[in-house]
Ligand binder design. Structure first.
Ligand code: GUN
Ligand code: ZN
Length: 432
């Protein structure tokens, strides 16, 4: 791998912005540069400074006037749901039963899973997403296809074979035993191979028997370094049914807690309708509430209360949740999250939004030292963002005078067309 110097307007966050003008929360260079070698960022700073550290004759790629940022991170997405997106349903459970559980059965066919692994990563990269945490299907082969393709492209991806042993079609269920065994195989085959990370993935309490949640908890104890991903408290009917299935539990969150799944490795998708007790328990466990704005709007699930969840001390992340979600773009996702908070009377700053999509989501995945920033020593997963990518954006851009305004324009009007270049582990990727 050759050394490469990227010149551009570099932006990288050092911590969560606490106010709309929290300039100490980021590092920005109007004429900045990144020196890449061996898949890593070796130096970052002003162009003159970084050029001084570069080997003679280094290849220079000039991205000005575009912004160079860490690649986006999507911490909750479903790999087998590319053909579920845009399905017309009244609510979550109807959507799952009518479309999702039908479509996911097709991933029993390895050739189908392999075809979709290619399409999936193509689409993520077109949208500037260089890391995702994905649910595969119940079939071990779907995880094999997912991780093999991620390895082939040298992508840092997280994924898990979904564990589900009830309340779904026969062809889409495992058992407590086989779900455990298959997850063990996926871990030994793929965790730490290339840049892959495996997550323990019980779908949600409705589709797991107590015996299966017990098995998932055993996996979490045996592999304490692995992330755990599941769904929590997304929809009123879902919550009511869940509590019928687990009558001994105090509430939905308590179910995961009883089986050892409420830990600082847990990524809890949605987490919308939580009691104060649940918020406190999640904060105490240091688990992450993953907000999925386009999905919550599309399925009519509810309006995530970011302020309340923050006040409770719960860590947050933000994700697309394709195929309940309606866009692969983290820019579109930030925009819809902004609008949800507007409806709640709370205005999220553009700096905070872009922190969340990069460093914030990286921290939520426990990968802040590797991805999500432009800091030297981290992996060179980088995107170039064009805030004038469409005629409407270009016209609005004429009046933009600050970085915050530019970010807000990107999140409000931007989408895949604003991703002008993507680098994965230091190498340019084609997103044609
Ligand atoms: N709850 C259980 N499975 C799913 C899923 O696939 N999508 C969403 N949005 N919620 C779920
Ligand atoms: Zn989901």
């Amino acid at each position: 791998m050759n050394d490469r110097l990227l010149r551009g307007r570099t932006l990288s966050f050092v911590r969560r912005p606490e106010a709309r003008d929290d300039h100490a929360s980021y590092v920005f260079e109007e004429d900045g540069a990144l020196l890449l070698a061996d898949g890593r960022i070796m130096a970052a700073g002003s162009y003159d400074e970084v050029l001084g550290k570069a080997p003679a004759g280094v290849e220079v790629i000039d991205h000005r006037p575009h912004l160079l940022m860490a690649g986006f991170i999507d911490p909750h997405i479903h790999f087998p749901q590319m053909q579920v997106t845009a399905s017309y349903a009244a609510n979550l459970l109807e959507w799952l039963n009518t479309y999702t559980f039908v479509e996911e059965q097709r991933f029993a066919d390895l050739a189908h899973a392999e075809r979709f692994a290619t399409l999936f990563f193509d689409e993520l990269l077109r949208n500037g997403t260089t890391t995702a945490a994905a649910y595969c299907s119940v079939h071990k082969g779907s995880a094999d296809a997912y991780f093999a393709e991620a390895a082939r492209r040298n992508l840092l991806m997280i994924g898990g074979k979904v564990m589900m042993d009830r309340n779904a079609p026969e062809a889409l269920t495992d058992t407590a035993r086989s779900g455990y065994d298959d997850t063990k195989s996926v871990i030994s085959d793929w965790h730490g191979r290339a840049r892959n990370n495996v997550a323990i993935t019980p779908r949600f309490a409705i589709t797991s028997t107590p015996a299966q949640l017990e098995a998932a908890g055993a996996l979490a104890r045996e592999h304490p370094d692995l992330l755990i991903q599941t769904h929590l408290s997304e929809n009123d009917a879902e919550i009511a049914y869940t509590l019928e299935l687990y009558p001994e539990a105090t509430d939905y969150t308590d179910i995961y807690s009883r089986y050892g799944l409420l830990t600082d490795k847990a990524l809890l998708g949605h987490a919308i309708h939580l009691s104060d007790r649940e918020m406190a328990a999640i904060a105490e466990a240091d688990a992450v509430a993953v907000h999925c704005p386009t999905s919550n709007l599309f399925l009519g699930s509810g309006l995530f209360d970011l302020q309340r969840i923050r006040r409770s001390g719960v860590r947050t992340a933000m994700a697309t949740d394709i195929g309940g979600g309606s866009s692969y773009s983290m820019l579109r996702t930030l925009d819809e999250a902004y609008k949800i908070q507007q409806l709640r009377g709370f205005r999220v700053s553009p700096l905070e939004s872009f922190w969340q999509a990069t460093r914030g989501n990286g921290e939520a995945l426990g990968l802040a030292g590797r991805i999500g920033t432009l800091e030297p020593g981290t992996d060179a997963d980088i995107i170039a963002l064009d805030a004038a990518a469409t005629p409407a954006m270009a016209i609005r851009m004429e009046t933009v005078t600050t970085l915050e305004e530019e970010l807000f324009l990107l999140q409000t009007l931007g989408d895949d067309r604003s991703i002008s270049k993507v680098y994965v582990a230091g190498e340019p990727v084609s997103t044609e």
